[in-house]
Design a protein around this ligand. Structure first.
Ligand code: ZN
Length: 222
C-alpha cells in the first residue's frame, strides 16, 4: 500500500513539473487559437493581438506622412496619434531628450514579408516571439510606434536617457508601453521597451496608473 502511494506521489510530481515546463509552449497556450476578426478597426482602443486579427485590406483612412523631425524616413501614422506624438516629442525636446520614431504604420503585406523573413531565418518559434503574423500586428492600425532615443538604436532604447521619461510620461499624451516586462503571457509578446501604442489620454492614464496591459483593460471594461 505504501508503495502505491509513493508511485502516485511521484507520478503526480512528474505531471506537475511537466505541466509547468510546457505551459509556455505553443501547444498549451491560447495564442493564435480561436482567432476573431476585428470589427471595429478604427476604434482608438482596438485590440489587435495574437487572437484578434485585422482584415488584410484594412488601411486607416486618416494616415498622415510625418515630418522628418519626428520620424526616421517617410513614415505614416493616424492623424490623432501623430498630433499627440508631436506634443510628446516637442515637450521631451525641451527637457533635452531626443525621441524619434523608427517604425509606425505598416501594412498587411509589409508585415507578411517581415514575419516570413524571421520564419525563414530563425524558425517559427522565434518568429512568433519577436514578430506578429500578418493581420496580428498593431502597426497596421496606424496607432503604434517604435521609438529610439539619443543612443540611436531602438533595440537599446531601454539604455537611453529618454526611456524612463517615456515610460513615465507617454500616457499624458495618450501612449502606453504596449508590451511590458512580466506580462508576456498576457500580451503574447516579449518585453519591448521601444513599442508604444496610442489609445487616447483617458485610457492611457487608467492603464498607466493601474499597471495594466491593453488586454487586461479590455477585459475589465467589456
Ligand atoms: Zn513595434
Amino acid at each position: 500500500m505504501e508503495k502505491l502511494f509513493k508511485i502516485i506521489f511521484y507520478l503526480s510530481l512528474f505531471f506537475l513539473i511537466l505541466f509547468f515546463y510546457t505551459r509556455n509552449l505553443s501547444l498549451f497556450n491560447h495564442f493564435y487559437k480561436n482567432i476573431k476578426e476585428i470589427k471595429n478597426p478604427n476604434d482608438l482602443d482596438v485590440l489587435v493581438n495574437k487572437n484578434n486579427r485585422l482584415n488584410k485590406y484594412y488601411v486607416p483612412s486618416d494616415l498622415v506622412l510625418m515630418d522628418l523631425r519626428y520620424s526616421k524616413e517617410n513614415k505614416y501614422l493616424r492623424e490623432i496619434a501623430y498630433e499627440n506624438y508631436k506634443k510628446l516629442s516637442d515637450d521631451a525636446a525641451k527637457l533635452g531628450y531626443k525621441i524619434i520614431i523608427t517604425s509606425a504604420y505598416r501594412d498587411y503585406y509589409y508585415q507578411e514579408n517581415l514575419y516570413n523573413y524571421y520564419v525563414k531565418e530563425k524558425g517559427e518559434d522565434y518568429a512568433d516571439k519577436c514578430s506578429a503574423r500578418p493581420g496580428h500586428s498593431e502597426h497596421q492600425t496606424g496607432l503604434a510606434i517604435d521609438v529610439m532615443g539619443s543612443n540611436n538604436d531602438y533595440n537599446l532604447f531601454e539604455d537611453s536617457k529618454e526611456f524612463s521619461w517615456m515610460i513615465n510620461n507617454s500616457y499624458k499624451y495618450g501612449f502606453i508601453l504596449r508590451y511590458p516586462k512580466g506580462k508576456e503571457n498576457i500580451t503574447g509578446f516579449k518585453y519591448e521597451p521601444w513599442h508604444y501604442r496610442y489609445v487616447g489620454k483617458d485610457i492611457a492614464k487608467y492603464i498607466y496608473e493601474k499597471n495594466l496591459t491593453l488586454e487586461e483593460y479590455k477585459k475589465r471594461t467589456n
